[in-house]
Design a protein around this ligand. Structure first.
Ligand SMILES: [Zn+2]
Length: 184
């Protein structure tokens, strides 16, 4: 029972260049085809449906296979998909998830607070009891889905290190600690 097959696992330095596309759903092309062409069209790369990738990211799934988990912790994106080995660490979501969460939560909570104030004029402590938990709950609940959607969108458009033609410092795996060194 000595199972040794070195061909099973590609060298770690090559994994970022592996872009399996067989899992992409060819039947999902629709009226959104223009948006769905992604950034790979001009570069001759396989098209990645943007809406499908965004939806998969929204549910915390790998944008490539829809089976693996995108996150290894609440807001930590996994280095690679555990199912299809797609490299996910190339994302540069940065503070975009927080920006969109603030935008959405603000547009929900502020109108609600205004309507309740105008209609009922409740005491301020009741405002605090109502809107503070709602604000925190919405913000915490939306952060991961929105970050997942942004990562899926970046993946679909071959942005940053998701582009196989990206410079090496962009394509390097930060989990391996090499990209910070390359900047210094
Ligand atoms: Zn996957």
């Amino acid at each position: 029972m000595n199972r040794q097959d070195p061909s099973q696992e590609p060298p770690s330095s090559d994994r970022s260049r592996v872009y399996p596309t067989s899992a992409l759903d060819e039947g999902s092309k629709s009226a959104t085809a223009d948006f769905d062409c992604g950034g790979g069209k001009e570069a001759g790369l396989p098209a990645r449906p943007a809406w499908q990738s965004i939806r998969r990211g929204l549910f915390g799934r790998c944008p490539n296979c829809d089976r693996g988990r995108m996150f290894r912790a609440f807001l930590k994106v996994a280095g690679h998909c555990a199912v299809c080995s797609e490299a996910l660490h190339h994302h540069r979501a940065d503070d975009a998830p927080a920006y969109f969460v603030i935008l959405i939560v603000g547009h929900v909570v502020v109108p609600l607070a205004l309507v309740v104030e105008v209609a009922y004029m409740p005491p301020y402590w009741l405002h605090a009891v109502l809107w503070l938990p709602l604000t925190i709950g919405l913000a915490v609940g939306l952060l991961q889905p929105i970050k997942g959607a942004i990562v899926g969108w970046q993946w679909a458009n071959y942005m940053h290190g998701f582009d196989p033609n990206a410079p090496d410092d962009t394509a390097a795996d930060p989990m391996e600690g090499s990209w910070r060194k390359s900047k210094n």
